[in-house]
Write a new protein. Structure first.
Lengths: 492, 352
């Protein structure tokens, strides 16, 4: 399924012939773009790791004041599409463009990809190991680097990988802030004279970069290592007393929240106040909201349906095939939505014509884009559910299907729900593939937002933006709740 | 639980790949629908023009004709790319595009049917394809938008080529990824040759231009006094005035139309082409006639501040009449020679 975009790329670039491909590839421009793209991905990933781990640690492991509020605030940027964030930043700060501004906006928008899994891992990890480490004479910092970081390592690398690939595929921030990456060059190639070949050759290079990043991440994995504690009795870890550092920490997290959420909110409010254009009428807005919800739900459901076997296979039967399949799904995740959209136009026209411009094909497009989000959630949940339980059920005479239904699925259900929520959010924000694949006449919040801003009707666009962020904050809240940081504690 | 999961997934993937390969190599046999041209009171329109501009007009059309218009909206470039990818199996009956270059690219692929002679005859020769495969619906002029506080009217350049001079260093806003800028560069090539175009772009690049993503931000910045001048289309000032609840006259930013047939005053069109399968569709014909009729032409002049292309319809407020403009002698049909232009723009370093 995720092979469709790859096959499309190969077919279309193959038509162009080698001379054209080498002509496009072997230029200084391509190497410059590669450097910029990798540089941006590195800076943003490092930024997100620092911000995400820092916020997660403060919220989960310290006596930070109002920590549950900050947990929600730290996850909420997930509901803000990069194109809204970038647009609001540009209209707030003069001359806000280029590499570093793009890195800032991307970091602020995507650090929840690190925060959420790390917070969950920190909340769920066994404090006993840390206590042992400290009792053996290690200091706080040494324990953090030697024990804690090691415990949350899968969450760290998983989150970091999602951020890096997100940066590769993002078009909103890089095009508005004019940072030169492959994705921006691909969009420009389409804009400049509908140059499909040029754009698709660049996409192939992007696939190459993705393979590079995936290989790097795979190398940091230790096969067969189980990180989650299998012990039943869970205790909350002890919280570090921040002492006089409490308020500076609050100040820091507030500043991040203001930059990530406050700037877009203030700018949208200003646009709404300044402009006189208004959205058509409220039924139009409601219809767009309904379409956004139902299309995203269809996308999330299909994605999870495809991810479930893949995720369980990866967790329970690790091997060549499962690894290759899982890694393959990441490739299309790093391709821009426009390329995925076009590949499915090609697939729809030539293979499944009756489905062309139907919700089903759009949902398939979402699945191609966001499969890894769902697979990672399933794999993570399955890895934490001890396989021993399945073995016991089998030994007691239950068939494989019954075991799957009565043991594996219930155990992984929270992970599945989190995966669905994550994909749902991504679908709500998606724009380029939605424009290409949606059923004719179907408007969503994202497309309405786009159509209004393209004619400078910013005030008319603002309610759509607000609604998009507002509706997205519901699944975001669910995701935060799942990390366990919102639970009130009886002890400590 | 290994086997039951692995096999179907793999075989599905393989089957998909095979199918793709097969059809991709097999070439397309399009279902040419030459059935009797009966009216089904329904057409499918691909619109590269924005929904908020087009929708009210289409509602009027449906009210009058009883013909339902199913519309897909997307950017003109993306829409053209989608049409090229769909080929002859496209569900579209007609393509309403923002610029002549996109119409030219689709026409070049042989996807448009020639329009009937009496439709073509309504539009002046300057604003349609010589092959009759598309016609302009509205015209728009390239202008220099300026802030009179920063640049007094007396110091405005007589030619767009003056903007590469030292007086304009760091002052000029451009949107090189925008289709209308590309059309302008093509026009320079057509009028003055490739060497001159190359020289102009290099000069512009060396003059520290203020590159922006689109025309609207340029006009906003000029209006706010953050930018002295910018190369844009004339109607953006109207759009932004409209958004602010005022008129173009009351905006700080003013428009300068380059005189004497300078390439900087290129007049481009937004237009429509009809796809082959809809060549005989009477509903599509009714629609094209409506777009070129007085009601639609007046609507565009009033709501989008563009020039009507059909005679007898008043020009938009706050713009000199189209026939008083000294328009450069550029054949819009040549605007589909984009490849060379794009290479020029890419080489200039104005885009990544």
């Amino acid at each position: 399924m995720t092979l469709i975009p790859l096959a499309y790329l190969v077919v279309r670039t193959g038509e162009a012939g080698w001379t054209r491909i080498t002509e496009e590839l072997l230029t200084r421009r391509v190497s410059r773009l590669a450097l910029h793209t990798l540089g941006l991905a590195t800076v943003v990933t490092v930024g997100c790791l620092l911000l995400g781990v820092g916020a997660a640690f403060l919220v989960v492991r310290t006596n930070l004041p109002m920590r549950r509020l900050f947990a929600v605030l730290a996850a909420l940027p997930l509901a803000v599409p990069t194109y809204i964030a970038a647009f609001t930043w540009v209209s707030t700060v003069d001359g806000f463009e280029g590499f570093w501004p793009a890195a800032l906006v991307l970091t602020l928008c995507s650090y929840p990809y690190v925060f959420l899994p790390v917070a969950a891992a920190l909340a769920g990890s066994d404090p006993a190991q840390e206590e042992v480490s400290r009792s053996l004479g290690r200091g706080g910092w040494a324990t953090f680097t030697a024990v804690t970081l090691r415990q949350i390592r899968p969450a760290l690398t998983g989150g970091g990988l999602l951020v890096a690939l997100y940066v590769l595929a993002d078009f909103g921030a890089v095009s508005i802030l004019r940072a030169d990456t492959f994705t921006r060059a691909i969009f420009i190639a389409f804009d400049l004279g509908f140059d499909r070949t040029g754009a698709l050759v660049l996409s192939l290079v992007l696939v190459g970069l993705t393979v590079l990043i995936l290989a790097g991440e795979t190398a940091t994995r230790r096969p067969g290592r189980r990180y989650a504690s299998l012990r039943g009795a869970r205790r909350s870890p002890t919280r570090i007393d921040l002492g006089r550092w409490g308020w500076p920490a609050v100040g820091g997290l507030t500043a991040v929240a203001l930059l990530a959420l406050g700037v877009p909110a203030a700018s949208l409010a200003r646009r709404l106040a300044e402009g006189v254009s208004r959205p058509g009428d409220w039924t139009e807005v409601a219809t767009a909201a309904g379409n956004s919800l139902s299309l995203s739900l269809a996308g999330a459901a299909l994605t999870m349906l495809l991810a479930l076997p893949l995720g369980l296979l990866t967790a329970r039967a690790p091997g060549m095939i499962s690894t290759v399949l899982e890694r393959l799904s990441y490739l299309s995740h790093a391709l821009p939505g426009l390329v995925i959209g076009l590949s499915l136009v090609f697939f729809g026209i030539n293979v499944v014509y009756p489905l062309y411009q139907s919700t089903a094909l759009l949902a398939l497009g979402y699945a191609a884009l966001f499969l890894p989000l769902a697979t990672a959630a399933v794999t993570g949940a399955a890895a934490q559910a001890p396989p021993v339980l399945e073995d016991v059920a089998r030994s007691l005479g239950r068939g494989p299907v019954t075991v799957l239904r009565t043991v594996t699925l219930p155990l992984t259900l929270p992970g599945i729900a989190a995966g669905v929520a994550l994909v749902f959010l991504a679908c709500m924000k998606e724009l380029p593939a939605t424009l290409l694949l949606r059923p004719t006449g179907t408007d969503t919040l994202a497309t309405e937002l786009w159509t209004n801003t393209s004619v400078a009707a910013y005030a008319a666009a603002a309610p759509y933006a607000a609604l998009l962020v507002g509706l997205s904050s519901v699944p975001t809240w669910l995701l935060t709740a799942r990390t366990g940081v919102l639970i009130k504690e009886n002890q400590s | 639980m290994r086997a039951p999961v692995r096999t179907p997934l793999l075989s599905l993937a393989c089957a998909g790949l095979l199918l793709l390969g097969a059809t991709a190599c097999g070439g397309e046999s399009a279902p040419t629908d030459d059935a009797a041209p009966a009216s089904d009171k329904k057409i499918t329109l691909y619109s590269g023009r924005s929904e908020s501009l087009v929708k009210p007009l289409l509602e009027k059309f449906t009210q009058q004709s009883g013909i339902t218009v199913e519309v897909r909206y997307a950017g003109t470039a993306a829409m053209a790319t989608q049409l090229l990818e769909e080929g002859e199996k496209s569900p579209a009956d007609a393509f309403l595009a923002q610029d002549a270059g996109a119409l030219g690219a689709v026409a070049k692929k042989g996807l448009f049917a020639p329009l009937p002679a009496d439709v073509v005859a309504k539009v002046p020769q300057t604003y349609r394809a010589s092959s009759g495969q598309w016609v302009g619906v509205t015209a728009r002029s390239r202008v220099l938008v300026y802030n009179p506080d920063l640049v007094p009217a007396a110091q405005l350049p007589a030619s767009v080529f003056d903007l590469t001079g030292p007086a304009w260093k760091g002052k000029v806003g451009v949107a090189p990824t925008n289709a209308s800028f590309q059309a302008f560069v093509t026009a320079v090539t057509v009028q003055h040759g490739e060497a001159r175009a190359k020289e102009f772009l290099a000069g512009l690049k060396a003059n520290a231009p203020q590159v922006r993503e689109g025309n609207a931000p340029i006009v906003e910045e000029v209006d706010a006094g953050k930018l002295a001048v910018g190369l844009v289309n004339h109607y953006y000032l109207g759009e932004i005035a409209h958004e602010r609840g005022t008129t173009p006259e009351k905006m700080k930013a003013k428009l300068h139309f380059f005189p004497n047939g300078d390439t900087g005053a290129l007049v481009n069109v937004a237009g429509i082409g009809v796809l082959k399968k809809a060549a005989q569709d009477p509903d599509v014909r009714t629609f094209v006639d409506y777009l070129l009729g007085p009601e639609a032409q007046t609507y565009f002049a009033e709501k989008t501040y563009e020039y009507p292309v059909v005679g007898g319809v008043p020009a938009p407020a706050y713009a000199p009449a189209l026939d008083t403009l000294k328009v450069p002698a550029v054949d819009l049909n040549e605007l589909d020679r984009l490849e060379a232009t794009i290479n020029l723009i890419k080489e200039s370093g104005l885009v990544p």
